[in-house]
Structures are given as structure tokens and as C-alpha cells.
Design a binder for this molecule. Sequence first.
Ligand SMILES: [Zn+2]
Ligand SMILES: [Zn+2]
Length: 129
Amino acid sequence: MQKYNTSQREILISFFKEHADELLSVNDIAAGVSDKQISKSAIYRNIAMLSDEGIIKHFVLEDSRKSCYRYISNRECKSHFHLTCKKCGKTMHMPKSTSEEIVNLIGENSAFKTDISQTVFFGLCENCK
Ligand SMILES: [Zn+2]
Ligand SMILES: [Zn+2]
């Protein structure tokens, strides 16, 4: 049955949107869409596609070596840094002005142009530290 094929991608995208500030493992995603009858291989395939297209971003958590994904919500999220808790995976958005200050500081000291949209700071959030 190919019945669910056309909407698998949309189901996954809307799941990512609902959890836009979280890092999600494949198991989280599979559990989250378990009522939608998407096979694990279809989930993997769609995640790989969304990741290639830059709709979601792949992370490997340092402590657990767990592979996780996060939705790159919108254009705004390409103009500031993100702070991700390596323990619970929660992601915070750094204010744009602070992000730009950091980019300028790095640029002044090393003539290095930081790609804001690709940069995430890992650490511990308020609850985990
Ligand atoms: Zn953001
Ligand atoms: Zn945390």
C-alpha cells in the first residue's frame, strides 16, 4: 500500500514544527508519528531528504553520541546563533544583536567569517546545569 506516501513528508515536517526547539532522535520521531503508520525506513529516508534540503539539521550529542535532528524553523533562525543543551537537547535562540556582536568579534580577531546559520553553541541549560 502506497497510501501514506504523499503525506509522510508533511507529517514529519509538521511534527518537527511542533517540536521546533527540541532535538529529536529518530526514536522520538518514530514515537511521535507512531499513529501515522510510517515505517521506520520511510522515516529515515524522509529525514535524510529533509536534512539534505536544510529543512532540518543533524546533530550528534557529545555525551550520549546520540544522533538528533532539529527543525530549522524559518529565515529568522538563519540570522542568529543557537544555544543547545547537550543534556536535554533544548535549543534557545540567541538575540540577533548578540549574535552579530560575536560575529564581529571573531571577524576582528581572525578575519574569519562565521556562518551564523551553521553555528550552534553546546552547553547546559538552566535546568540541567
Ligand atoms: Zn532561532
Ligand atoms: Zn537542558
